[in-house]
Design a protein around this ligand. Structure first.
Ligand SMILES: C[S@@+](CC[C@H](N)C(=O)[O-])C[C@H]1O[C@@H](n2cnc3c(N)ncnc32)[C@H](O)[C@@H]1O
Length: 215
């Protein structure tokens, strides 16, 4: 069952960015979160050591924040972000209590001084409209400008983008394309135990530091 099955009649993903929060709020307000696993993604748990030494981590579109809490417990200084205010009552109670930070904002509206070593992307890239993908790529490069790692749960793999979304079909090549030069694929593996129907992969992409003049 996709999230489209939970939309009121005639309600579709809006074209206007200003209407995105209300789109997502609809689900949280109605306690409908079919994407939520109720726990950190098992592949993140299994692969945590491959993401490198814990430093600063950004978790955009964090939803209830189970991954963010897990990363924090694993030693990462986590900033988790979601734009839907009605997610608040659903947040993992440990989020924000364990040293992690939760921010209610658009994940692309990063401050000038925000720098991270990890961008953990779990059903965020597939949740944004495809026309926002170049912005996603620029934001990743900007916040990982000192060099870092993109860890991505790639889902749904093999879904034609023309079928619409969210979730919009995605691939590791889609990520590399919008990240541009300076992004290097480290690994791209199918999951031994997929958590969802529809094809999942776990990818790690190393991001080179930006040249001084591009920062
Ligand atoms: C499909 S859910 C995934 C939640 C979580 N990552 C998970 O896997 O359980 C997408 C989440 O991203 C949030 N979201 C969508 N676009 C966003 C944006 N531009 N900035 C911040 N949050 C956003 C939504 O409010 C929603 O909670």
């Amino acid at each position: 069952m996709g999230i489209e099955d939970h939309l009121p009649e005639g309600f579709a993903m809006p074209n206007e960015s200003s209407a995105f929060p209300s789109f997502w709020n609809h689900f949280w307000q109605n306690s409908v979160s079919p994407w939520d696993l109720g726990q950190p993604h098992p592949e993140l748990v299994a692969q945590i050591s491959s993401l490198g030494r814990p430093k600063r981590a950004y978790v955009p579109g964090c939803g209830r924040g189970h991954d963010a809490v897990f990363l924090s417990q694993a030693g990462w200084q986590v900033t988790a972000v979601d734009m839907a205010e009605h997610v608040s009552p659903h947040l993992n109670p440990q989020l924000g209590e364990d040293g992690s930070i939760f921010l209610l904002r658009d994940a692309f509206e990063v401050e000038e001084n925000e720098v991270y070593e990890l961008w953990w992307d779990h059903t965020f890239f597939c949740a944004i409209p495809p026309e926002k993908r170049p912005l996603w790529g620029r934001t990743v490069r900007r916040v990982l400008r000192e060099g870092g790692v993109l860890g991505a749960l790639v889902f749904p793999v093999g879904k034609d983008i023309a079928e619409g979304g969210p979730p919009f079909g995605m691939s590791v090549d889609n990520l590399l394309e919008v990240l541009g030069p300076g992004a290097h694929l480290v690994s791209d593996d199918p999951l031994s135990k997929p958590a969802r129907d529809g094809g999942e992969r776990f990818a790690i992409i190393r991001i080179d530091p930006l040249a001084e003049e591009a920062k």
